[in-house]
Design a protein around this ligand. Structure first.
Ligand code: PLP
Length: 223
């Protein structure tokens, strides 16, 4: 079942890349394992799906401990991270997708024992319920991270509203891509900003069409 779902998602990624004249090597599938246990996650890892994402600190730490036999797994943390929990999680992950405040950045700087690849989360849609930096403030925010030597801004992340049309999704992803290019062109030392983390189960083909390099897919793998 999982094997079929994974093959299907991979196929959809290939097709979306072909349609956009992109190489599928440019897109990393991040499996969002937050709704399944360590056993199911393990079966995915055994199928070669090594990029996995979690969004809750305690569940992530428990799961990572259960999967110690797989040090090759690349762990992504995609959830809101409370400052007091940074010390528990930051040295256990490879990518953090939800950097959205200077206070959080300060805490990461203080606690990280290695350089952490971070995505700055941007609230492109303007939904009040959403986390993220306002699009107009992304550049000044990233510039304010210049002394945060433990943070490398690898790219930007966003989420389209849950109920949105394909056209609305497309516009949001396009906007994030524009901001990403603007930041990349600044050639800031700590912010290459070449990646775009966007697209979930219901919109990842659209996101790939608009330049996504990391898609975060949960439901489509486990339904
Ligand atoms: C849960 C989650 C996903 C995956 O969503 P699906 O719709 O299950 O694919 C992606 N990104 C974030 C930030 C999430 O919390």
């Amino acid at each position: 079942m999982i094997q079929e779902n994974l093959a299907k998602v991979q196929q959809t990624i290939h097709e979306a890349c072909a349609l956009a004249n992109r190489s599928s090597d440019e897109v990393t599938l991040v499996a969002v394992t937050k709704t399944v246990d360590a056993k199911v996650t393990e079966s995915l890892i055994r199928l070669g799906q090594l990029n996995c994402a979690e969004n809750r600190v305690d569940k992530f730490l428990a799961k990572k401990a259960q999967l110690q036999a797989y040090p090759e797994v690349v762990w992504h943390f995609i959830g809101n991270l409370q400052r007091r929990k940074v010390k528990d999680v930051i040295n256990e992950i490879d990518y953090f997708h939800a950097l959205d405040s200077l206070r959080l950045a300060d805490e990461i700087q203080k606690r990280a024992k290695k350089v952490i690849k971070c995505f700055v989360e941007v609230n492109v849609s303007g939904e009040e319920s959403k986390q993220g930096i306002h699009p107009d403030e992304v550049e000044s925010f990233i510039r304010s991270l210049a002394e945060h030597t433990q943070i490398q801004v690898v790219g930007l992340m966003t989420m389209a509203p849950f109920e949105s049309t394909e056209q609305e999704q497309r516009e949001i992803f396009k906007k994030l891509h524009l901001i990403q290019r603007k930041i990349a062109n600044l050639h800031l030392t700590n912010a290459p900003c070449l990646d775009l983390s966007m697209g979930m189960s219901n919109d990842y083909p659209v996101a790939i069409g608009e330049g996504a390099t990391f898609v975060r897919v949960g439901t489509a793998l486990f339904r």
